[in-house]
Design a protein around this ligand. Sequence first.
Ligand code: URA
Length: 456
Amino acid sequence: MKQKISLPQSFRAIDVIRKKRDGCELSQNEIEGLVNAYTSGDIPDYQVSAWLMAVVLKGMTRAETAALTDAMLHSGDVLDLSGLKAKKVDKHSTGGVGDKTSLVLAPLAAAAGIAVPMISGRGLGHTGGTLDKLEAIPGFNVNLSVTEFRRVLETCGCAMIGQTAEIAPADRKLYALRDVTGTVESPYLICASIMSKKLAEGIDALVLDVKTGSGAFMKSEKDATFLAELMVETGERMGKQVVALITDMDQPLGNKIGNAIEVLEVLEVLRGDGPEDLKELCLELAAWMLHLGGVASTVTDGRQQSAKLISSGKALDKFRQMIELQGGDARIVDDPKLLPQAQHMTDVLSTKAGYVNSMQCEDIGTACVILGGGRERKEDSVDPAVGIVLHKKVADRVSAGEPLATIHYNAEAQAARARQLIEASCVVTDAAPSAKRPLIHKVIGSGVMGKSAERS
Ligand code: URA
């Protein structure tokens, strides 16, 4: 942990809050002062909550965003992984519903010879979090010290942890506060949060998955593009190769939502099965990781290599090895029944025949939070076993009385609230939807700025 930085006599949080509230630009010193004071516990949650809300409402300039990213990055140590021969490449998503790609990608890219030092977050708002999913694996430790993190990374090529007291501690505190104060949806805060922890990992390159649609923080493609460009620019300014894929989150990714349930789907994909959308996105993101990591000469080559690493079982073997090294029960790989299971299940039935026209994806994520799969308050603990399995996705045909989804639950009252949300969120119409949204909307950065995703 960094030495405690003493605040300048003149620093007053109230002044910084007022200045942002009034739409003025903050200086680097003011931003650093606020971040350092919060990290060291010198100013309370309520003042930082007010400042965060002012940022959500008034925005930030590029200079402020860079200063915030830098202050958060330097709130802890920046890892020096230059001793590792392999190129260090990570991937990060802006958050979605059913988005479990990180659990597939870390072992998959490691199996290709890339080092993946992954520092992730917990569920935020209606979205799931990689750490909560990993902790559904009995014994899995996401709180490794930097020394342990390095050892796991050197031994198996990937390691997955949360922010520590040593790495990006400011983001850890701010992330938890934003989650419960309605201050997640700001491109500037999302950019600083993601880029500070990613840049602290000592990576050479980064693949970003920026979600767009009803389950994303950035609902419109325009806002997602703005965020993607902000992050690519911030990363490149710090000398990293960064690419951002804008991908669809207008319905959940894959069929399973919930922590242990999503680990099940990860195992399916690593065995070469699993839902098509999830498989396709994993292969595309892995392809970019392999390409930026210098293991694949083109993205197409990266896709082909990734598919082979799955069919040969090498990616699954890496996942098993990483679980063991991080203290988890690796028997879940061959016996998924060892994962936590909810006590009850109930189906949500379609009241009419037709086609699933749309899903309110955020509400499905919220239904999972209500079941206990996420947090409604900062102090809540997460129930790893609960979740939702979708039997129908957008454009699927459904008969009257056929299950749209199955809820896995441990408390009746929560299941009833979740059912209402799921029922209201799935719209069934007589005709199939006229146009299908693409899974990958566009690719930004690393020489493809602004172009549509190429399948070259
Ligand atoms: N993911 C992060 O790590 N931070 C955010 O602010 C949003 C998504």
